[in-house]
Ligand binder design. Structure first.
Ligand code: 4AD
Ligand code: MG
Length: 447
């Protein structure tokens, strides 16, 4: 690489160098020419900045190089940042020099242009689409959400204990398992959730969490479903459902605060209404509704013609139901005590009404639906054994899990949050496919 002549910095940091000559390394994102004036927009992964290039003020060579440069060609630019209120990032660059690292030939132009492309085309070119400022901003917010999520547990006495990805059994329903061969006629399955394993580590270490990729062979084509997603899961010994709801509230509030601290520019590029996030971070508890109360809310809404389909008591909530419920609040809403029949085998029954499970789903505001699912776990040996039988799960594979109820069993609880659902909500995105660098969905595994 050519030596740089002025100190190297990034677009995110130009504010610290107003009036000084600096070097930026990046790509040409856009180019507008107006007579003897060029307005190139550069991007470098930390943001974008518009350059100003008056023909009279740069060498002929620099002007000609920039004028003929194709979009997404890689460049090293020297210039002086200037504060400008109208500029999206707050600064513009008076360009003095440019060195082209690679010029894209005219005959093979960059495939993503300023014109509108369909989602299929963009997903097919996801390896390039992620360069556009909006997609880059989403990925930066995602990184902060992941960091803040782990940080919340790291700074609150939790030990990270990551479970295996290859597992001998299901956690969340046998119909959604990716199966593979595992030596000598054995089968293995890609993990659906680390929960069963972190129940074991919670009984060893007290407060634990796991954070990793999770797989669901679900044939769902909704805007909320991926076949591979990242889940963060805390699990705590001696914690009941109320304590778990408190944990979820502290956790989500922390994440939103961190995003607001560092990503106001990115959220503006993405087009998210920041006031909606500020309402979540503001003091005040998250609303809590029992399943019965949520059901009643839907019955009333249906009577008033506010939702199309009536909600059947005993059924899980559908997407339109969750959307309606969450739209009634400006903070995430916690719906607890669902009918045990629609929930997983490991959930502790409510002693006050054993047909209900001591569980909670957290529904994000603005109609984003479930982002967190969790519960208190069955801690009684015999009850858990009968649950495994009733769900026709292979008892052999669950012996170790039953051991946890045999040797020093305690009440314990945990939840899982899918990072992509959280990113979709916080960024205000239509579909989870934009929340992860390379989405895996029912009909896409390329690139
Ligand atoms: O509600 P789920 O299935 O719960 C569990 O897996 C529990 N074992 C977690 C626990 O208690 N430790 O999934 C938890 C969360 C959902 O709320 C959602 O955010 C996300 O994982 N999720 C998905 N995200 C994207 N695509 C999918 N197909 C998802 N399925 C679940
Ligand atoms: Mg769930």
């Amino acid at each position: 690489m050519e030596p740089v002549t002025a100190p190297l910095t990034t677009i995110a940091e130009v504010g610290k160098h107003v009036g000084e000559a600096i070097t930026l390394r990046g790509w040409l994102y856009n180019l507008r020419a107006s007579g003897k004036l060029l307005f190139p927009i550069f991007r470098d992964g930390t943001g974008t900045i518009q350059g100003i290039v008056p023909k009279a003020q740069v060498s002929e060579e620099v002007f000609a190089t920039l004028k003929g440069l194709t979009l997404e060609s890689s460049v090293v630019i020297t210039g002086t940042p200037r504060a400008d209120e109208r500029a999206p990032g707050g600064f513009e660059l008076d360009v003095t020099d440019v060195k082209v690292t690679q010029a894209i030939p005219e005959e093979t132009p960059y495939p993503i242009t300023r014109k509108e492309h369909g989602v299929d085309f963009l997903m097919e070119h996801r390896h390039l689409w992620i360069r556009t400022p909006r997609q880059s901003a989403i990925l930066r917010v995602r990184a902060t959400i992941m960091r803040a999520a782990a940080e919340y547990f790291d700074t609150n006495g939790f030990t990270r204990t990551d479970p295996p990805i290859l597992t001998p059994n299901a956690c969340e329903g046998t119909s959604e398992l990716f199966e593979m061969d595992y030596f000598d006629d054995e089968k293995a399955y890609l993990t659906q959730s680390g929960q069963l394993y972190i129940e074991a580590t919670a009984l060893a270490l007290g407060k634990v969490y796991s954070f990793g990729p999770t797989f669901r062979a679900e044939k769902s084509k909704t805007r909320r479903h991926l076949t591979e997603f990242w889940m963060i899961e805390p699990e705590v010994a001696y914690l009941d459902l109320d304590g778990l709801m408190g944990l979820a509230e502290g956790f989500l509030t922390h994440i939103v605060k961190r995003v607001l601290e560092t990503h106001r520019n990115d959220l503006a590029v993405i087009g998210k209404d920041i006031a909606k996030l500020e309402a979540v971070a503001a003091p005040g508890e998250f609303p809590k509704l029992s399943y019965d109360e949520a059901h009643q809310m839907l019955v009333d809404a249906h009577a008033k013609g506010l939702i199309e389909n009536p909600h059947e008591y005993g059924d899980d909530f559908g997407s339109p139901d969750e959307t309606y419920i969450s739209n009634q609040f400006d903070k995430p809403v916690m719906v607890h005590r669902y009918p045990a029949a629609v929930k997983a085998f490991y959930m502790q029954p409510d002693p006050k009404d054993p047909t209900k499970a001591l569980c909670v789903d957290v529904l994000a505001p603005e109609g984003y639906g479930e982002i967190i699912g969790g519960s208190q776990r069955v801690d009684d040996y015999d009850l858990l054994k009968s649950r495994i039988e009733a769900h026709e799960l292979p008892m052999d594979a669950f012996q170790w899990y039953l051991d946890l109820r045999k040797y020093g069993s305690v009440p314990h609880s945990g939840f899982g949050m899918g990072i992509e659902r959280c990113v979709a909500w916080i960024c205000g995105l239509e579909h989870v496919r934009e929340t992860i660098p390379f989405a895996r969905t029912l009909n896409r595994i390329y690139p």
